[in-house]
Design a protein around this ligand. Structure first.
Ligand code: IFM
Length: 783
């Protein structure tokens, strides 16, 4: 194989069972419509393989709804003179896999040896096409290296898939060997095979399966194309699986190559008509002439465009540069601009952690990356919240409130999918009942999208209705206090160590912001789009009087309004909770739980899982004076354990925002390396995709100091010493802005039609950009 550029390569060298599931996650290929973990094509004992299709959820046989482990399109077995080429049956002499981040191709080369010492090389290349998101492709090549041999390749579609569903109960202290790591998990079955076989041309196998409870039909069609004619071949169709068997007599040192094209379709694909099987078969037929090479070429071209718009570059520090790029690769394979009915789960489609559920991560951590680099994708992600608005209305009604309340963990319908209890049944998840801030987070993301893109149309299509319905929820959920103010009891902020609190500073402040924003949008649309506003109002029965009520309510919400408030109490009574010192730090210099403490017994202490007040300083920077921001950062940083991968990035950014860069690089590393170095030990369960996006935010918003303030883009670069330059492109109101930041001077180029001008602010000074003309200015950071 031609060697991809190491700066763009995620590589696995040698096969290590202990690290196999880690590699399955980090080597995931995908295209936003599906994700396929980087498992070996033939599988291995202890593998945690899976292909996940965006939006395909099912709850059958499972305590909580799962993103379904869909049919496996890789499914390949190779035998050489009767020896199965897999890591459990043959000796691995050499093994290397490289994920080329630039093209999305995963290359593999493994040399196996049999008991007699004879060696065979197996190479594969796989892709999930970015050019046609319904297409996947696999190339398999087998070379008996030192003798002539009979090579059998069996490759097809395997529908006998299960989700892992409950944590294993190992006796304490027993560390199972890696090949048995997942053995004790309960497995849920979500798929029932509806049909399988071979199409009339004898060339294309197919498998159709239905999800058992949600009733989604999934169809895969696959063409298996040998480059030279096999000596014998035929299709195998057995329970839940269809595969083509090809047998070749191969001379020593010669290579047989088999290509496979797979079309994927489901009955839930938006904007499609016709049976999924017909569509899957049509996809394969459309790509048959171009074959694997054509699919790889088209996909690489689509990747080029994605990187052109989204590539951030750090010059001067290779590991940081790679970590950022690796995260962006995973962000690009996580979302689909063409599907406004799905969002990104907490582990994207790279694993089963959090069962594919969607959290506030999507709006607060992930969305900014897409808003600034792939606005069409950002719009689709917000579309998911419109698609699930009916579910949010139902959820609100279930709780006796009005309007729409978004679920803490959301899947296909918007209903609450957060489990009630931890898997061992000991601790209750109050997040599902109390992390109601997610509704304000959705509103915040809508406003951010509109402000950055200038796409007011989103408000007319979906955003206004969401803002209004969620405002209704807030006013019906707010409680009247004795002094006439409005507050919220029994809530939980982002800091999940403290439940049942009242007047959570983050939630209350965001609610006030939300109501104010809804009123402002209503006013704006009354001027700019009165007819459409009237339609929306008629649809949801909204009156001007109700909107006026939101304005009055916003003014009464108990939230710190004084910009010079100093340290803001996280919730009522927080300052009276016990101070517990942090006395131990892990290898990454991040705090450990104090001895005897864990996630669920820190309620009466002041320790935090992740920031509330600091997050507020990040989301609403104009609301608090620099002194207040600094005071809150210093106070709460000292009490934060960072037990969420979302936490370090926010601390890095706010630290830089308040002029305290002490730990910014360390926080950047913690966020950027979380999966690269597996520094939380659970990358096997999927990528911490919010951390990947948080890392992008640290680079761009933190070290690059790029913020949207007063209707303009502002920059205040403050690069770490170890970086020479930071370069990225953002889209601002429909145009691209190329940014090249250095320690002492920075260059900006507006890419827009001739004559277009845009004013930005750099290091506090306005700078007028004229399209196509680079502007270089001094940007030395404050001493
Ligand atoms: O949404 C987060 C939450 O803030 C902390 N626990 C993990 C969730 C999913 O990433």
């Amino acid at each position: 194989m031609s060697r991809p550029d190491p700066a763009w390569s995620m590589t696995e060298c040698g096969f290590d069972r202990d690290r196999a599931s880690y590699h399955e996650t980090v080597l995931t290929v995908g295209n936003g419509r599906l994700g396929t973990r980087g498992s070996l094509e033939e599988g291995h004992r202890g593998a945690l393989s899976g292909t996940y299709l965006a939006g395909v959820y099912d709850a059958h046989d499972a305590p909580v709804i799962d993103l379904v482990n869909a049919p496996d399109w890789l499914d390949t077995r190779v035998e050489v003179d009767g020896l199965a080429l897999d890591v459990d049956s043959a000796e691995v002499v050499d093994h290397e896999r490289t994920l080329d981040l630039r093209t999305g191709l995963l290359h593999r080369s493994t040399v196996f040896a049999g008991p007699d010492g004879s060696r065979t090389r197996l190479t594969t290349t796989r892709l999930a096409s970015m050019a046609d998101r319904d297409l996947c492709a696999l190339r398999v090549a087998v070379t008996p290296l030192d003798r002539a041999a009979t090579v059998v390749i069996v490759t097809g579609i395997d529908g006998r898939r299960h989700n892992l569903d409950r944590l294993p109960h190992y006796p304490s202290g027993l560390a199972p060997p890696p090949e048995r790591r997942w053995d004790k998990w309960a497995r849920s079955t979500h798929l029932a095979t509806a049909a399988r076989g071979v199409t009339g041309d004898g060339e294309t196998g197919f498998l159709v399966a239905d999800t058992i409870d949600s009733g989604i039909r999934i169809a895969y069609a696959c063409a298996v194309q040998p480059v030279v004619a096999p000596d014998r071949h035929g299709w195998l169709s057995e329970h839940g699986r269809v595969a083509r068997r090809l047998e070749f007599a191969v001379a020593a040192g010669a290579t047989v190559v088999v290509d496979k094209l797979v079309g994927v379709a489901t009955s839930r694909d938006p904007g499609t008509t016709g049976e999924p099987l017909g569509r899957a078969t049509a996809t394969v037929a459309a790509h048959r002439a171009g074959g694997f090479d054509g699919a790889a070429r088209d996909s690489a071209a689509a990747w080029d465009l994605l990187w052109r718009d989204s590539e951030p570059r750090i010059v001067g520090h290779d590991k940081d540069a790679f970590a950022l790029r690796f995260g962006v690769y995973h962000l690009l394979i996580a979302a689909n601009p063409d599907d406004p009915t799905v969002s990104i789960g907490a582990k994207s489609m790279s694993g089963e952690g959090y069962r594919g559920h969607v959290f506030w991560d999507s709006e607060i951590l992930l969305l900014p990356f897409y808003v600034y680099t792939q606005p069409r994708t950002a719009r689709a992600l917000l579309g998911y919240r419109y698609h699930t608005l009916p579910g949010a209305r139902e959820l609100s009604a279930e709780h006796g409130t009005r309007g729409a309340r978004y679920a803490w963990e959301s899947a296909d319908t918007g209903r609450e999918e957060c489990p009630l209890w931890t898997p061992d049944g000991t601790d209750r998840f109050w997040t599902r009942d109390e992390e109601i801030h997610v509704s304000a987070d959705v509103a915040y993301a809508i406003a951010e999208y509109v402000a950055v893109t200038g796409d007011e149309r989103l408000l007319l299509d979906a955003g206004a209705e969401i803002l209004f319905e969620t405002s209704r929820f807030w006013v019906s959920r707010l409680e009247e206090r004795d002094d006439g103010t409005l507050g919220l009891s029994d809530v939980m902020g982002p800091d999940e160590f403290h439940s049942h609190v009242a007047e959570n500073a983050f939630t209350n402040r965001m609610v006030r912001w939300h109501l104010t924003e809804a009123v402002a949008v209503h006013r704006r649309l009354a001027e700019t789009a009165p007819d459409r506003l009237a339609e929306i109002a008629a649809t949801i029965g909204l009156t001007a009087g109700e909107v006026a009520g939101w304005e009055r309510a916003a003014a009464r919400v108990r939230a710190v309004a004084d910009p010079d408030a100093g340290v803001i109490e996280q919730f009522e009574g927080y300052f009276t909770r016990r101070e517990l010192p942090i006395e131990s730090w892990d290898d990454n210099d991040m705090p450990r739980y104090p001895r005897g403490y864990h996630h669920f017994n820190l309620e009466d202490t002041t320790l935090l899982k992740q920031p509330d007040a600091v997050m507020l300083m990040y989301l609403l920077p104009d609301e608090y004076s620099p002194a207040t921001q600094l005071a809150n950062f210093e106070y709460y940083e000292a009490r934060t354990l960072h037990k969420s991968s979302l936490s370090p990035s926010i601390h890095a950014i706010v630290g830089l925002q308040v002029g305290d860069a002490t730990r910014a690089v360390q926080y950047f590393e913690r966020s950027a390396y979380v999966d690269l170095d597996d520094n939380q030990g659970n990358t096997a369960e999927g990528m911490h995709i919010a951390a990947a996006a948080g890392t992008w935010q640290v680079a761009v918003h933190g070290f690059g100091g790029m913020r949207r303030r007063g209707g303009r883009l502002t920059f205040g670069p403050r690069l770490p010493q170890r970086w020479e330059r930071l370069q990225f492109t953002v889209r601002w109101r429909g145009h691209a802005l190329e940014v090249d930041l250095g320690h002492t001077e920075s260059t900006f180029i507006l890419r827009a039609p001739d004559g277009v001008r845009e004013e930005i602010v750099v290091a506090g000074e306005p700078l007028e950009l004229l399209a196509g003309h680079p502007a270089t200015v001094k940007t030395a950071p404050p001493a």
